[in-house]
Design a protein around this ligand. Structure first.
Ligand code: SF4
Length: 379
């Protein structure tokens, strides 16, 4: 494995050094993940687009005064879930802004109308609704979580996620990406990583690169994730996501990370992280995403045949058939996985609430990947 000290020196490397790094990362991928590259066929449910944070790159969030600000009703959640079921999805991913009710009266009132005083309590009930009414496995991306909030969600969510994004405190200063974002203070996110580990939740996290962090800060964030995994064994995947500029964000003129920067970060992540942690990069945020395979990734993340990428709505998902073809061209095979990775399903006594085990096990074949592999894009 690559040490932190060595990784810190790789901020500026030649083309040849990058090629060597990528080869070493690919070798690790091959040794631990074979020739299989996975994805999760999922439907996305943006439960609320209100949020108490104001990240400078976000287009998802809507101020409560905006006409499009909303909290989805149970009926809307179920209607979206059913569209996912019809298209062979196995996972329902709840994504939502962080705790808008703590900052905005209008968000509190909207939640109260639904009969709740906290977004996490509503989320837990919506997960239960999905479990009761559909065949899908819920995964929640609810941001920073307290111990109590994790306890509320764990019985109904097969896995959870929160992008660490960065550990740079500098980026919380005025004019930076995370100014006025209480949930993006790095220590808060590290605490959630730790708490979900203590509570044995299969967890997805990752970095958002190119938002103003230095190479050193990026590498230190990877080291922090790996340390949390070393303590608790709960990190199932790490996503490396590249910042995307958009015309209507505060960071509209901020440069996007280059492809080489992305490849270098992926390769270093593959070499620094425990090899059992899945390494993922989104395929819809770079036209040359197939190159990521040569930098050691083994997963394309969630792809929806039903819903758009709500976080990057200007970048549609690639067709699953096309992704299978480009994966195959690299000598690898695309396979469908569940939201919970095989290693955690095998260790369900530790990592799963008993209520979820029967459903997840019935959805998995003996190697832990999805039993019913849907071929390509149904639509
Ligand atoms: S990126 Fe997430 S935390 Fe930041 S403003 Fe958007 S919804 Fe809120």
């Amino acid at each position: 494995m690559l040490s932190l000290e060595t990784a810190l020196t790789l901020g500026n490397i030649s083309e040849t050094e990058l090629a060597d790094l990528m080869q070493a990362a690919s070798d690790v991928r091959e040794k631990h993940w074979g020739n299989v590259v996975t994805y999760s066929r999922k439907v996305f449910v943006p439960l609320t687009n209100m949020c108490r944070d104001t990240c400078s790159y976000c287009t998802f969030v809507k101020h409560p005064d905006h006409p499009d600000a909303n909290i989805m009703s149970p009926e809307q959640v179920l209607a979206t879930a059913r569209r996912g079921e019809d298209q062979g999805c196995k996972e329902l991913l709840f994504s939502l802004g962080e705790k808008p009710e703590l900052r905005y009266e209008k968000a509190r009132a909207a939640l109260n109308q639904l009969g709740y005083d906290s977004m996490v309590a509503y989320l837990a009930d919506m997960c239960q609704l999905v479990l009761d009414e559909t065949s899908l496995l819920p995964h929640v991306n609810a941001g920073t979580l307290s111990d109590d909030e994790i306890d509320q969600l764990r019985p109904y969510s097969a896995s959870m996620g929160m992008m660490l994004e960065t550990i740079s405190r500098r980026l919380t200063q005025k004019g930076q990406a995370h100014y006025a974002c209480p949930d993006k203070v790095p220590v808060q996110r590290l605490r959630t990583l730790e708490r979900t580990g203590q509570k044995q939740v299969p967890f997805t996290t990752g970095l958002l690169i190119g938002i103003g962090e230095t190479w050193e800060e990026r590498v230190e964030a990877l080291a922090a994730i790996n340390e949390a995994h070393r303590r608790h064994g709960h990190i199932q995947e790490v996503i490396i996501q590249n910042f995307q500029t958009k015309p209507d964000i505060a960071m509209a003129n901020h440069p996007e990370p280059s492809l080489d920067d992305m490849l270098r970060t992926l390769a270093v992540a593959r070499l620094m992280l425990s090899p059992e942690i899945s390494l993922q990069a989104p395929p819809n945020l770079h036209v040359r995403h197939a190159d990521y395979l040569a930098a050691g990734i083994n997963d394309w993340g969630g792809i929806s045949p039903v819903t758009i990428d709500f976080i990057n709505p200007q970048h549609s998902w690639p067709e699953i058939d096309a992704l299978a073809a480009s994966t195959s061209k690299a000598g690898l095979t695309l396979q469908e996985r569940l939201t919970i990775y095989p290693r955690f399903l095998r260790n369900h006594d530790v990592f799963m609430d008993p209520a979820l085990v029967a459903r997840a096990s019935a959805m998995a074949r003996t190697d832990g990947l999805a039993k019913h592999q849907v071929s390509g894009d149904l639509v």
